[in-house]
Design a protein around this ligand. Structure first.
Ligand SMILES: [Zn+2]
Length: 235
């Protein structure tokens, strides 16, 4: 995120490992001759050398790029995913400042840049963020009676498993989707190499998460609407 400051300067918001989101004043970086111009663009992953100010804006000194995220920058779909997970991460950080959030976000970004399936990666991150948003899924037993067996579906409105005994008219998810949602929760993002999940299963999981987010997180993000539009166009 960036805000112009006069004709030549700007303020950027940088997600950091230790301090969460911080504002950095970048003086004169808009000048063509300034090497920092391209290093302070949106979606830059690097070491930001700054004069840190606890309560005010910090001042940029230099940037060492770690990864240019070239694949993301060159793909409109990936940019949309990147915008959404960045916005989402910002919202999660407002509620919880755990360093794990930074690590999961960066791992996801790097996998996106490796052209791993963006929908699946985004869903994995969304699932992992639920705990930090205080609305973690109960994946141990039926949400209505506590039964651990005869689970028939996972319901976004009820917020967890439904057993055969308690089932009324909830949408039945494919058993593969139910199993994968649990795996998404547990997987280490860094360890993801090849993901092969059938499209209808991936879409069903996405549908579940979309409903669950609407119902339980109270978050509304424009970047998500935009992402949905892009995905509808390409389906
Ligand atoms: Zn039950």
């Amino acid at each position: 995120m960036e805000t112009p400051y006069g004709d030549t300067s700007k303020i950027i918001n940088v997600l950091t490992k230790d301090k969460g989101m911080i504002g950095i004043m970048c003086s004169n970086v808009k000048s063509i001759k300034n090497p920092l111009r391209t290093k302070t663009l949106k979606f830059t992953y690097g070491y930001f050398h700054i004069n840190y100010n606890e309560n005010k804006l910090s001042k940029l000194v230099d940037v060492d790029i770690i990864d240019n995220l070239t694949n993301i920058r060159n793909d409109i779909t990936l940019i949309s995913y990147m915008s959404y997970i960045t916005d989402l991460t910002y919202q999660v950080l407002k509620q919880n400042n755990e360093p794990d959030i930074y690590n999961m976000f960066i791992s996801t970004v790097l996998k996106l840049n490796e052209n791993k399936n963006p929908l699946i990666l985004t869903n994995i991150l969304e699932l992992k963020y639920l705990d930090y948003l205080g609305v973690g899924l109960n994946l141990d037993c039926c949400v209505k009676c506590g039964n651990k067996t005869n689970i028939v579906t996972l319901d976004p409105d009820e917020g967890g498993y439904i057993c055969q005994h308690c089932y009324t008219n909830e949408k039945i998810l494919d058993p593969k989707s139910i199993k994968l949602i649990r795996m998404y929760y547990l997987v280490d993002i860094n360890s993801i190499s090849d993901i092969s999940i059938k499209t209808f299963i991936a879409n069903e999981i996405n549908y579940f998460l979309d409903k669950y987010y609407d119902r339980y997180t109270g978050l509304y993000l424009k970047s998500k609407d935009f992402l949905k539009k892009i995905n509808n166009l390409s389906n």
